[in-house]
Design a binder for this molecule. Structure first.
Ligand code: NAG
Ligand code: CU
Length: 222
């Protein structure tokens, strides 16, 4: 009886640990040729969710620090070019973060990456966005042949327009007067996200501990 209770407690905390992956919203082309925010901290398992805005076509693809505006030589992702008629696109591009190594990303539409349309996940002191963008200014822009490495589809409930930026999408023009306020709010959230990544780290340790305990219980029951 006690073992079953213990199992229930362990299973619950296991689920709690696994639910701590974050969805990180990044707006694409909402404020000119830029990603907002253009620098984020993410843990393994977190999901980057790119939200595209009118009027210009944009894309997002993973690059390498050493070759700005060119696709990553191994792995990565590419959304394909996304055209948005007005406001915010109903589809978002979602990609899972698989490690805490720096991930540079940029827009493949001609001219955009050299103009500074790039960003980074988990920058390091050796690989900064400032250096990447400086080296991008004279780079040739290359796009992967086809979309891969993520999914293009409706946003998750937590970041959908209706729940976080109804004012921005209801606006018929992409001038984003209202959006500024909504995304100011998001900026605060992203700070929370940074401290959240520490929490995810703790959760992972917790998760490993829980796994160990479950193995112990299985041994006891055998
Ligand atoms: C993470 O792994 C998945 C599955 O292999 C892949 O599709 C995705 O592109 C990877 N994410 C990154 C940031 O490379
Ligand atoms: Cu672009």
């Amino acid at each position: 009886m006690q073992l079953f209770t213990l199992q229930a407690v362990l299973a619950t905390s296991l689920l709690t640990s696994m639910a701590s992956a974050k969805t990180i919203r990044i707006d694409v082309g909402q404020t000119g040729l830029s990603f907002t925010p253009d620098s984020v901290t993410a843990a393994k398992g977190d999901v980057l969710e790119y939200h595209f805005h009118a009027p210009l076509p944009h894309s997002v693809t993973m690059g390498d620090f050493s070759t700005p505006c060119n696709p990553a030589k191994t792995g990565g992702f590419y959304s394909g070019v996304v055209q948005t008629a007005s406001g915010e696109n109903t589809n978002v591009f979602s990609v899972t973060v698989n490690s805490t190594d720096p991930i540079f990303f940029y827009c493949t539409v001609p001219g955009h990456c050299p103009a500074g349309m790039s960003g980074v996940v988990n920058p390091s002191s050796a690989q900064t966005l400032a250096t990447y963008q400086k080296n991008s200014q004279s780079a040739n822009v290359v796009a992967p042949p086809a979309a891969f490495g993520g999914t293009l589809g409706p946003a998750s409930a937590s970041t959908s327009s209706t729940s976080t930026s109804a004012g921005a999408t209801a606006s018929p023009s992409p001038t984003n007067g209202g959006g500024g306020g909504a995304y100011g709010g998001f900026g605060g959230g992203s700070t929370g996200g940074n401290s959240g990544s520490a929490a995810v780290g703790v959760s992972f340790v917790h998760f490993v501990g829980v796994l160990g305990a479950m193995v112990g219980v299985a041994v006891l029951m055998a």
